[in-house]
Design a protein around this ligand. Structure first.
Ligand code: FES
Length: 286
């Protein structure tokens, strides 16, 4: 069952951010075991984990769209808020709710890296190892965290969990593609909240705090929540005290680093050349 309790209402907004694994200086292939579980089977799965509240939420998601199948992405986040991953049962639940085949649901669930095949820890720690962050220290951070979270000389690899998945203090580590914060790199996300300008030492302090049950404030954006609660929010369900919640989320989005290029250009009087304005080709009328 989700750790979110019943304090989440049914208001709108689904979301989907995706990122993928990359191969940088860190030997990620060596720590990325192939996952063999198949998501489509002929067996009827036990769907009892999806209780009445989850079904109610699924129906609320479907009601947002003219066609039920359009609700699949937030539905998969809803499944992850319950299971901490998308299991075969989760695939069947979505298929039944949306009148899709299991193969159709599975094709989507296995395409986006935000949908997890293995149960995530209480926290998902994503280290950006894309080019800019990698050269600024992202590879080093990923390697350091893998070693720090590991045990018995074995480091924690991509999509692996330190601790019992889902239990308090458990942490799933992943390396991620560009997290769209290159100006603040190297960056880490915890449950998709940003921790900017990281170093290996700061990253170790961060995961140690998470393991102690603390929730260090992200650099910007919403307060940190656990992975399953974040998944419920991605499915579009906010706390019932939505105004209070929004007051904690809203904030400035442009950092000094973000605006530095524009400021330099302004100070030096640089301007971009005018946009060319060629005539548009005639379009054949149908
Ligand atoms: S390369 Fe890391 S945020 Fe863009």
């Amino acid at each position: 069952m989700s750790s979110t309790g019943s304090t989440y209402g049914g208001s709108s907004v689904g979301a989907g951010r995706t990122h993928q694994a990359s191969v940088g200086d860190t030997d990620v292939l060596a720590v990325s075991p192939v996952e063999a579980e198949h998501l489509v089977t002929d067996t009827a799965e036990d769907l009892s984990v999806f209780d009445g509240l989850t079904v109610e939420r699924a129906q609320a998601i479907i009601a947002r769209y003219p066609q039920a199948r359009s609700a699949l992405l937030p539905m998969l986040h809803l499944v992850q808020s319950v299971e901490g991953r998308v299991s075969q049962a989760g695939i069947q639940f979505c298929a039944l709710q949306l009148n899709l085949s299991a193969a159709e649901v599975s094709a989507v669930a296995t395409f986006y890296t935000m949908y997890k095949r293995k149960t995530c820890g209480e926290h998902l720690v994503s280290v950006c190892t894309n080019t800019l962050c990698a050269v600024l220290g992202g590879d080093e951070i990923y390697k350091k965290l893998g070693e720090h979270l590991g045990a018995g000389g074995k480091r924690v690899g991509h999509n692996e969990t330190a601790g019992e998945p889902g239990a308090p203090g458990s942490i799933t580590l992943e390396h991620a593609e560009c997290l769209a914060a290159c100006d603040l790199g190297p960056v880490i996300q915890v449950n998709y909240e940003f921790y900017d300008n990281q170093t290996p030492e700061k990253a170790v302090e961060l995961v140690d705090a998470l393991r102690r049950g603390e929730k260090p404030a992200p650099t910007r954006g919403a307060p940190l929540r656990d992975f399953r609660t974040a998944e419920l929010e991605l499915a579009g369900f906010w706390p019932e005290d939505e105004p209070g919640y929004r007051a904690t989320v809203d904030g400035p989005s442009a950092a000094v680093e973000t605006l530095r290029g524009a400021k330099l250009a302004e100070d030096r009087g640089w301007t971009a050349p005018a946009m060319p304005n060629p005539p548009l080709p005639e379009v054949e009328k149908k």
